[in-house]
Ligand binder design. Structure first.
Ligand SMILES: [Zn+2]
Length: 166
């Protein structure tokens, strides 16, 4: 049996083909759904058996660690971390449904199966870098260039899919 770990987009986009009793999500996703339609879909799914589970703090820790390595941590909200933690817990029997690029990126590195809702699945792993707008040097982090003092801008650095961080 495959469970669907659903982030907010599932309810916002209204993906209704799923068996509600196989959907699992986290409390922060429920909190995020402010729009009438999305929260209505959420309530309907809940009536159909959707489970709202708290993430395991140990799993959240592991997700955070990976997000640091892939430099996606700045992009991830609390909800993103929690949904990733839940997907990690169900790694062997779950499918993470998300359209969020940073979430997908971290999920792939954690060995989580990802299914996009509307967008195409990413093929390459994205590594974030900061690039100086003045001298164009790239850095791992920071806001100001240590060489020329110009602001640093976020930049995507692609790497091969096989690249491992371990
Ligand atoms: Zn510079």
């Amino acid at each position: 049996m495959t469970y669907y770990i659903a982030d907010s987009a599932v309810f916002i986009m209204g993906n209704c083909d799923l068996d509600s009793s196989l959907i699992i999500t986290v409390p922060s996703v429920a909190e995020e759904l402010k729009s009438g339609d999305a929260s209505l879909r959420f309530d309907l799914a809940k009536e159909g058996g959707l489970r709202v589970e708290w993430p395991d703090p140990e799993m959240v820790k592991e997700v955070r660690k990976m997000a640091e390595l892939t430099r996606d941590s700045e992009e991830l909200s609390k909800t993103d971390l929690e949904i990733l933690a839940k997907a990690l817990e169900y790694r062997d029997k779950g499918l993470l449904l998300t359209d969020d690029y940073a979430v997908q990126n971290v999920a792939v590195q954690l060995g989580i199966q990802v299914k996009p809702i509307a967008q195409k699945k990413i093929k390459d792993i994205i590594i974030w870098q900061k690039q100086c707008i003045g001298c164009k040097k790239t850095f791992d982090k920071g806001d100001v260039c240590p060489i020329c003092g110009s602001p640093l801008k976020k930049k995507r650095k692609k790497s091969r899919k096989e690249k491992s961080y371990f």
